[in-house]
Design a protein around this ligand. Structure first.
Ligand code: G3H
Ligand code: 13P
Ligand code: ZN
Length: 331
């Protein structure tokens, strides 16, 4: 049985991005795999009155089942409205890899899909993306395409090295595919190890400082497709305070480096209208759970460690919306 996203209370990303572009901020796209992450996203974005894109990756679909996650997201809208939050909420497929998958998500009520053909030869990426757009637009579902390859390793997103987006291709890609937004590669990457220590310098406190993002490429892209919504994947800051807690309580995250908040803030003020964050949420939950396990070894009720992890994630999301994305108060 198919259901439309409008019936479920979601919105597509079109108006979100128009407003974000005009307002000089970016809409947060947070990944979720379970109930606690979803509650934290809904409460964090609801309390900060931020528009939000709930993202489901293929790793999440494998872990928790696409149907269950979709029903959780539907319930999350009801929960948000009951709490009095009126912020717009989109349900988005992250890194979709086939037309069939995009169709199945659209039929089950997603309001936005990404078709990631970035690993394909250019003409194949255009053809696949075009097909998804033709189908999705029939239901007023918005589509994100990708040009350029991000490095990094996650369960289902793997690339050995990044290939920056070629500004010479973006106009042709956007015109021929009809996509609503474009993910680009300017130096971000997936996961907690975005840069090798050899690529970084050290600041006066001995903390690793990564090389800056390629804002020159972003500027060129903006000139080729003025007013068009750009997306940044791999945009966790790999928050040092949570990496420190993880390591203090027995973890081993060495040389984990992310994108500095100031650079994300700068991107959010430009044509970047959507910023993807997954790893930071994972780090927050892991840090809190490790701390509780170490400090309260007698505890065995999952609510006693998942609850505080959820609360800390809510706080982190509010902080990010307010100080990094600039999306707080724009709901
Ligand atoms: O884009 C990558 C996301 O962080 C999802 O990763 O497939 O391991 O859930 P995942
Ligand atoms: P991070 O790994 O930096 O959180 O990026 C997530 C992402 O891009 C999801 O699509
Ligand atoms: Zn991604």
């Amino acid at each position: 049985m198919s259901v439309s996203y409008q019936e479920l209370g979601f919105v597509n990303t079109r108006e979100m991005f128009t407003k974000a572009f005009a307002g000089g901020y970016a809409v947060p796209a947070y990944n979720f795999n379970n109930m606690e992450q979803l509650q934290a996203i809904i409460n964090g974005c609801g309390r900060s009155n931020s528009p939000v894109i709930l993202q489901i990756s293929s790793g999440a679909r494998k872990y928790a089942d696409q149907t269950l996650l979709r029903y959780l997201a539907e319930g999350a809208v009801a929960m948000a409205r009951k709490a009095g939050y009126q912020n717009p909420i989109a349900l988005h497929l992250d890194h979709g890899n086939s037309l069939e998958l995009c169709i199945s998500c659209i039929e089950s009520g997603f309001s936005s899909v990404m078709i990631d053909g970035s690993h394909l030869p250019y003409e194949e990426n255009v053809a696949l993306t075009r097909k998804v757009v033709e189908y999705a637009h029939g239901f007023d579902v918005t589509v994100e395409g990708e040009l350029g390859v991000l490095s990094g390793i996650e369960d289902d997103v793997i690339a050995a090295r990044s290939i920056y987006t070629d500004p010479d291709l973006v106009e042709d890609f956007v015109k021929r595919t009809g996509v609503d937004s474009l993910a680009i590669s300017i130096g971000t990457s997936h996961g907690a190890y975005k840069f090798k220590p050899a690529q970084c310098s050290r600041n006066e406190k001995g903390i690793l400082v990564p090389p800056p993002l390629r804002f020159d490429i972003l500027t060129e892209i903006e000139q080729r497709i003025p007013g068009f919504a750009i997306v940044l994947h791999g945009s966790s800051s790999v928050l040092p305070e949570y990496v420190e807690i993880i390591n203090r309580y027995g973890g081993k995250l060495e040389a984990a480096v992310g994108i500095p908040a100031e650079q994300l803030r700068q991107a959010a003020k430009s044509a970047v209208c959507k910023i993807n964050i997954d790893s930071d949420g994972r780090l927050v939950m892991t840090a809190m759970i490790r701390k509780i396990f170490a400090e309260q070894p007698q505890e065995f009720d999952p609510r006693k460690y998942l609850g505080p992890a959820r609360e800390e994630l809510t706080k982190m999301i509010m902080e990010k919306n307010e100080t990094v994305l600039g999306s707080a108060g724009r709901g």
